[in-house]
Design a protein around this ligand. Sequence first.
Ligand code: FMN
Length: 365
Amino acid sequence: MSFVSVSDFEKQAMVELEQNALDYYRSGAWEELTLGYNREAFKRLRLRPRCLRNVAQLETSCSIWGEHFKWPLGIAPVAMQRMAHPDGEKGTARAAGRAGCPFILSTLSNTPLEEVAAAAPETCKWFQLYIYKDRALTESLVRRAERADFKALVLTVDAPIFAQRRADVRNKFCLPAHLSLGNFQGAQSNVASSTGDSGLSEYVASQFDSTVTWQDIKWLKQLTQLPIVLKGILTAEDAELAREFGCAGIIVSNHGGRQLDSTPATIEALPEVVRAVGTNLIVMLDGGIREGNDIFKALALGAQMVFIGRPAIWALACDGQRGVEHLLTLLRNDFDITMALTGCPTLADIQSSMVVPESTYCPIK
Ligand SMILES: Cc1cc2nc3c(=O)[nH]c(=O)nc-3n(C[C@H](O)[C@H](O)[C@H](O)COP(=O)(O)O)c2cc1C
């Protein structure tokens, strides 16, 4: 099959993956309303292109906290990637580096963070953190990430407990016997279902600290010099608190529609967050990015970097690291073409006036 879009990879991944893994990667919370909104909201935005602006040379590079990237797309943290392909997190991380993109490794990876670091030394890697009830264990994750040269800590703040993902409950989701959570030993390394619920929900309920508050950001900040990014911010109020508590960045995210259902699409939430803190914090976004023009829309509305979650997994399932490299090449080409056709030779040329809601044009009189 020749893959020319994210949806080509998605269709083939449906064939490649067995049910337990496919449902885990695909699903959203409850009715999956937010999962749908993330896509629909991008489709409701219209581009207003400018013409005659010399787009022969495009400049898409950018930098964050001194790290340089070839373009403003990265790979979001997605847990348990070796269910998709034996290349797993190592393959995804290497592919990101080749494409000049940052890679965020999940706490819940199948591959230990040190092995991912050794496999992808050229890639700029950030570590996604969940705060465990066992704070000494949490601290040891931070220390290990520092030692392995991860460049930022991405604290996920939208998952004090896990929402219900119905497919995982039906499947009594658990990790295949040959896989574990690579960053842990013993009880924390195993995702199994003992009560007939999703094994992951059981794991999170028993291990994650749901008492976490803004005061714990202070705790994390005194532990580490790494920039702290809060992932899962959807409101101006929380964005302002992130700034007050000294965070370096935020990712506007609804966890790919997997946590609280009925929250807005991330591209809908982005403008209020940018209005609140846009110039004081690095504002990034994930959720529903599937096309080069989605990247453009998010940048126009104020994001400095965007991330993909599921698309990387579909590509990994189809052809391991090579699949992810191919996917990133496709998205890069589509983004470049979008820049040229909107009259934007550089990222600084992308203006908010170039993206408007569909209601601007409807009804046509
Ligand atoms: C299968 C799967 C596992 C995920 N695991 C994590 C995780 O371990 N930590 C985290 O912060 N976010 C996790 N996420 C959320 C992603 O980081 C990201 O927010 C989301 O996938 C973006 O939406 P998209 O899939 O539409 O691109 C996961 C998402 C999926 C689909």
